[in-house]
Design a protein. Sequence first.
Length: 221
Amino acid sequence: MNIASYIDHTLLKPEATPDQITALCKEAWQYHFASVCINPSQVSLAVGLLHGSGVKVCTVIGFPLGATTTATKVFEANCALEDGATEIDMVINIGQLRAGNTVDVESEIRLLANLAHSYGGSILKVIIETCILRYDEKILACQIAQRAGADFVKTSTGFSFHGATVKDVELMRKAVGPVMGVKASGGISTYMDAKEMIDAGATRIGTSKGVAIVNGAPTIP
C-alpha cells in the first residue's frame, strides 16, 4: 500500500505561519502526498510552492462551523479556485440538516460542486461532522452530498468533539456505495490508524501527522 497517496497533509490551525506552510509543502513534495489541506488565505502560497510537484492544493470552505451563508461559501470557494486550489472541502450547514431542511442543504452542496467542477475538474469534498450527528443524520448527509454531485464525503473538521472513527467510515462507505470518495479526518496519527480507516472504506486520509504515518509504515523485504 502506498499510504502517502491517500494523505491530505493538513495544517489548519489559525496561527499557522507562512514558514509553517512552506515546510508543509516541502514535506508534501518529498513524500508525494495527495494534497496539502490549508486555510484559504494560504492557497496562493501553496500553489506557487507546489508547482510541478503533482501534489494538489486543497482548502476549506465555511470552516469549521458550516454556518455561514450559501452566498459566502460560494464567494469563498470561487476565490480559492481562482487562487489555484483544485480541491475544496466544505462544511455543510449542520443546523439546517438537523432541522430537516434538506432541500436547502442539497442546493448549497450542488452550487459548490458545480462551481468546483467548472474549474477544470476540481473536486468537492463535503464535511458532515459525524461526531454531532445521529446515525440516521449521517446516512442522510451522505446521501444528500452524493445526490448533489459532490466527489467525496468527509467525516470531520478536526475542530469538534472528536474526529474520524472506523464505524463512521464504514457507515459512510455503505451509504454512498463503492464509487464515491470517503475522507477520514481528525485524530489519525499512526500508520495503523490510517490503515484501519482505509480498510473501512476511506479513500483519503486528512491528517497533520502524514510524515509520521509514512515513516511508521512496515518495511517491505
